[in-house]
Design a protein around this ligand. Structure first.
Ligand code: SOE
Length: 391
């Protein structure tokens, strides 16, 4: 029988699809694998359809159900609101939760527009002095290999950044008959591949290098202009009927970038890269070394140190599964490796620890706004054809 039970942190989550399932897994597992100062209590899940939300709550481990996010936000037993909804509702839910005295974790991208993101940052700043925290869910920062990449940059092991080569390649929309979903509706998602997955590589490039993207020149492409209306949809796939509807977002985004340290970047985000499932590929070339990572081999970081010389040089293949690596000591022994879901658990752990310590966990809403500004600049560049645009 546990005697030293940590005080509880009541969690309320809005939304229960793919991200809701990933976040639920994180709240369940965080206290089982990490010694936490606050014990997350999965108190309530909010969903408009009571029957579906009740089934999700039972499957994902939530105590109760509300059919409106406002009721969830108003509950006294909710200390933290976890926003796992499409982007068009991020701002209203997060701002209401902050104004109700709650901590907030909000899925990425922070919002659908810079204006919304600015309001979210203002709401977070207004309550920061009360110890309320607000975090945006760029979870890939918390993959151990990405943490090691960041550490190597901080330690000066690659020198001055010259090139950032960042791709996020998926193929779940390569089939023209994959039906419409909210991620293909601009009013819901704000943008397509650009915001859904391009946001991740923008955040990762800025996180790993510690630099900002200072200008971009971009192009957006929609390959398939209309699709079947979904008769059933789950996660990222579904079934469509004979009715068809328009795709109102980009299918792929490509853009050049200038970095604040004087380097340059090449970015690509697409959900049409047939054969690539969740390939986040980042290569950074510096004056003293290089880093290369591919999420489809997520427990490995490739590192080149120019000091190694020609004869014995070349990329080292570091298997990032040792207890010395970030987070790994809490999981499996003898290099058994981690998966997609572990970064969500690390996010929950770091958020809980920051709340207990009265600290502000990164990525903050301000970090989310910085990404939003880059996304908007890419859209302006693509729409105007004017080339370089500043975020
Ligand atoms: C779909 O592209 C998606 O679910 C993204 O929305 C997530 O942020 C990413 O982690 C996995 O792919």
């Amino acid at each position: 029988m546990a005697t030293d039970v940590s005080p509880g942190l009541g969690i309320g989550m809005v939304g229960y699809s793919f991200m809701g399932a990933a976040h639920s897994q994180a709240w369940r597992n965080a206290p089982r694998f990490f010694d936490l100062p606050l014990a997350p209590q999965m108190r309530v899940l909010a969903g408009r359809n009571r029957e579906a939300a009740t089934a999700a709550a039972e499957r994902l481990g939530w105590d109760e159900v509300e059919t409106s996010w406002q009721q969830l936000v108003d509950r006294d037993d909710v200390d933290l609101v976890d926003v796992c909804t499409p982007g068009d509702t991020h701002a209203e839910i997060a701002i209401a939760a902050l104004e109700a005295g709650k901590h907030v974790l909000c899925e990425k991208p922070l919002a659908n527009t810079v204006e919304e993101a600015e309001k979210m940052v203002a709401a977070a700043e207004a309550v920061a002095g009360k110890g309320q925290v607000a975090m945006v869910g760029f979870t890939y920062r918390r993959v151990p290999a990405i943490q090691l990449a960041r550490r190597l940059v901080v330690d000066g092991r690659i020198g001055t950044v010259r090139h950032v080569r960042a791709q996020y390649l998926q193929d779940w929309l390569a089939d023209e008959n994959t039906p419409l979903s909210w991620r293909l509706d601009k009013t819901k998602a704000g943008s397509g591949a650009l915001g859904d997955i391009g946001a991740h590589v923008v955040d990762l490039a800025q996180f790993i290098t510690g630099e900002q993207i200072t200008s971009v020149a971009g192009h957006l492409q929609t390959f398939v202009a209309e699709r079947p209306v979904a008769t059933e949809f789950a996660g990222l796939s579904g079934r469509g009927g004979t009715e068809r509807g328009p795709v109102t977002v980009d299918d792929a985004a490509v853009f050049l970038a200038r970095m604040s340290g004087g380097g340059i970047g090449v970015f690509e985000a697409t959900r049409f890269a047939s054969g690539r499932k969740n390939a986040i590929r980042i290569e950074i070339n510096g004056s003293k070394g290089s880093l290369a990572f591919d999420f489809e081999d997520m427990n490995v970081l490739h590192f080149l140190d120019t000091e190694d010389g020609a004869e014995l040089g070349g990329f080292r293949r570091i298997v990032v599964t040792e207890p010395e690596h970030a987070y790994v000591a809490h999981w499996w022994p003898a290099g058994h490796g981690l998966g997609y879901e572990h970064a969500f658990t690390h996010q929950a752990v770091d958020l809980i620890e920051a709340i207990a310590a009265g600290e502000r966990p990164a990525p903050t809403f301000a970090d989310g706004l910085a990404v939003q500004r880059v996304l908007a600049a890419v859209e302006r560049s693509a729409e105007s054809g004017a080339g370089w645009v500043e975020p």
